[in-house]
Design a protein. Structure first.
Length: 241
C-alpha cells in the first residue's frame, strides 16, 4: 500500500515533467528507470526519517484495520436464523437448550443472548438490563483499536506538514548561504516538502477509508444486536405466558 503512495508521487512528478517540452524526451522514455527504482528514489528524496515515520503510520494503521475487519466479519451473525434456533430449542428443552445453542454460535449477538437467557429465571426486567449491559461491553470490544487508527490518521498529515516546514527551512537556509535565489538552490528543499506532504495526506486518506468502513460495519452489527435483543425478549415473554 505504501508503494502506491510513493508511486502516486512518482507519477505526479512524471506528469509535471511531461508538461515541459524536452527535445530529449524520446531518449528519456527509452531509458526510463524501473518503477521500483523510482519509488526507492522518491522515498530517499523525501527524507528517510519522515518517510519512515509515515510508513510506520500506514503499516500499523493497516494492521489494526485488517485485524478489526476480520474480527467484525467473524462477529457477523444471521440473527433471524439464530433466533429461530433459540425459539425451537427453548420450546423443546427450555433455557438450558437455548443457552447451548448460544454457546455453539460465535459472535456478539449470541453472547448477548446467552447473558439474557442466563437471567431468564429472574424475570424479564432483569433479562433486559443484562442484555443492555452486556451489549455495551460487546460494543466496546468491537470498537477496540479504532482510536489508534484515528491517531494514525491525524499523525500522518502532521508528519507530512512537518517535513514540509523543514524542507522550506532548508531551502531558505540554502538561499541565505548562497546569497542568491536560484531554482537549483531551492529545488531540493521544496521537493522534500512536497513529497512528505503528499505521502502524509495519501496515508491519511487510505486509513480514513478503512476507518469509515469499520464504523459502518460496527453500526450495522449494533443495529442487528438491538433488533435481535428485542425479539429475544418477545420470545421469553411469550414463553412465560
Amino acid at each position: 500500500m505504501f508503494l502506491a503512495v510513493i508511486g502516486f508521487i512518482a507519477i505526479s512528478a512524471q506528469y509535471a515533467a511531461a508538461q515541459t517540452p524536452d527535445p530529449s524526451s524520446d531518449l528519456t522514455v527509452q531509458q526510463e528507470t524501473p518503477i521500483h527504482q523510482q519509488l526507492k528514489t522518491k522515498f530517499i528524496e523525501g527524507g528517510a526519517g519522515f518517510m519512515a515515520t509515515v510508513l510506520l503510520c500506514l503499516i500499523f494503521g493497516l494492521a489494526i484495520a485488517i485485524e478489526r475487519i476480520i474480527y467484525l466479519n467473524l462477529a457477523t451473525t444471521n440473527a433471524e436464523k439464530l433466533l429461530k434456533k433459540i425459539e425451537e430449542a427453548y420450546a423443546t428443552g427450555g433455557v438450558e437448550a437455548a443457552k447451548e445453542v448460544c454457546r455453539n454460535t460465535r459472535g456478539p449477538v449470541a453472547s448477548i443472548f446467552y447473558q439474557g437467557l442466563a437471567r431468564a429465571d429472574e424475570g424479564i426486567e432483569v433479562v433486559e438490563k443484562s442484555v443492555v449491559s452486556y451489549g455495551s461491553v460487546q460494543m466496546s470490544q468491537m470498537e477496540n483499536g479504532l482510536s489508534w487508527i484515528q491517531l494514525f490518521i491525524s499523525i500522518a498529515p502532521m508528519l507530512g506538514f512537518l517535513g514540509t516546514v523543514i524542507g522550506m527551512i532548508a531551502a531558505f537556509d540554502a538561499i541565505e548561504a548562497a546569497g542568491d535565489i536560484s531554482p537549483n538552490i531551492v529545488a531540493g528543499g521544496i521537493k522534500v516538502a512536497l513529497i512528505t506532504t503528499v505521502a502524509g495526506l495519501v496515508v491519511a486518506i487510505i486509513l480514513q477509508i478503512f476507518y469509515n468502513y469499520l464504523v459502518s460495519k460496527i453500526d450495522a452489527i449494533v443495529v442487528t444486536m438491538e433488533d435481535a435483543s428485542i425479539s429475544l425478549i418477545d420470545i421469553l415473554v411469550k414463553a412465560k405466558k
